[in-house]
Write a protein that binds this ligand. Structure first.
Ligand code: MN
Length: 340
């Protein structure tokens, strides 16, 4: 049984696997670019592909524009030796693959490398994907980009071994919120990955349940800024918090990214936002948005990808983000204006 057959009952979009495989087979070398502020899905996707290409004897490098260092929780992923600093990615490359990026902007300072590539392949699962590659392997129904890559490897006839499965599982367990946001076929894929002998509990613990002590006082300060706007979007409600630069002292990106998963559980709000102040640029904020599909007294789930897109970002229906500029009052007002 193939993976696509195992999710029968749900229409799967026909993806151009043949064109993607032709591009991979024709490549003399491959450059894989992950999105800025990388998560385990983009890094797991990049490293899984790199490990397969290494196995096939194809020169490969993986990079992301910022931050300068890989987040702590991802440093034990197999294949990290393929990571190179963005400055080491030449202007002219053969095949460039963007993984888990909804738009070229998500490549940050490496976006320009798209122009210097002989061929570009986009592998992604964001609904807002702009199909910015020569070949676009984009499945908005996929749980993670690593799930798309699992199907690509199957179509390519590349077997799953434990190191590749480790990377794919990293994206699957994190992007599904530890298997909360699942669909028919999700657990079948997890089963195939676990059958290679990988340590699923250890991978999840490393990626999701490991934080320095400084995380606890940081949460105390940040959650103390929480505000509830119950009238937003016809009573759906918005809850939001601020993570100021000073709050980020002593913690990593994993700790900052964990905040939205607490805030979004608020019963009285169908929409959650976290405003994260840039560590380097004055008045720049990264904004995470989440919505629930339904709830007591609420309308059907708000499409936060549409909200984020209206504010210059993008994402998934229930999880999206954008970049905002200005003071806290101004950026909240801008979000409220779009939400209505
Ligand atoms: Mn993803």
């Amino acid at each position: 049984m193939t993976l696509s057959e195992s999710s029968a009952g749900t229409a799967r979009s026909a993806l151009p696997f043949e064109a993607a495989i032709a591009a991979l087979n024709a490549a003399g070398s491959v450059t894989i670019v992950c999105h800025v502020q990388p998560d385990a899905d983009t890094v797991g996707s990049g490293l899984a592909l790199a490990l397969v290409l290494e196995r096939r004897g194809i020169p490969v490098r993986v990079s992301f524009a910022e931050p300068a260092e890989l987040p702590q929780s991802m440093r034990t992923l197999p294949g990290v030796w393929h990571l190179v600093p963005p400055a080491d990615v030449p202007d002219q490359v053969d095949l460039l693959i963007a993984v888990d990026c909804g738009s070229a902007g998500r490549l940050g300072a490496l976006a320009g490398r798209m122009d210097g590539a002989a061929t570009t392949l986009v592998i992604d699962h964001h609904r807002s994907n702009t199909t910015f590659g020569d070949v676009n392997l984009v499945d908005p129904d996929a749980e993670s980009t690593t799930a798309v890559i699992a199907r690509l490897l199957e179509a390519w006839g590349e077997p799953l071994d434990a190191v590749v499965a480790h990377c794919l599982y990293a994206g699957l367990v994190t992007d599904t919120g530890s298997f909360r946001w699942v669909r028919p076929g999700t657990h079948a894929l997890a089963d195939r990955l676990l059958a290679t002998g990988i340590d699923g509990p250890e991978i999840a613990r490393t990626l999701l349940d490991t934080h320095p002590f400084a995380w606890l006082p940081m949460l105390s300060r940040v959650l103390g800024t929480a505000r509830l706007e119950p009238a937003v979007r016809d009573g759906t409600g918005l809850v939001y918090v601020f993570v100021r630069r000073a709050d980020e002292t002593g913690v990593g990106s994993e700790e900052v990214e964990s905040v939205i998963d607490i805030v979004r559980t608020t019963t009285e709000a169908g929409i959650a936002a976290v405003f994260k102040e840039s560590r380097t640029v004055e008045d720049r904020w990264t904004v995470s948005l989440r919505s629930r599909d339904s709830g007591p007294g609420m309308c059907d789930g708000v499409d936060v990808a549409a909200v984020a897109t209206a504010l210059g970002g993008g994402g998934h229906r229930y999880a999206a983000g954008y970049t905002a500029y200005g003071d806290p009052e101004g950026i909240v007002a801008a979000l409220l204006a779009v939400l209505g």
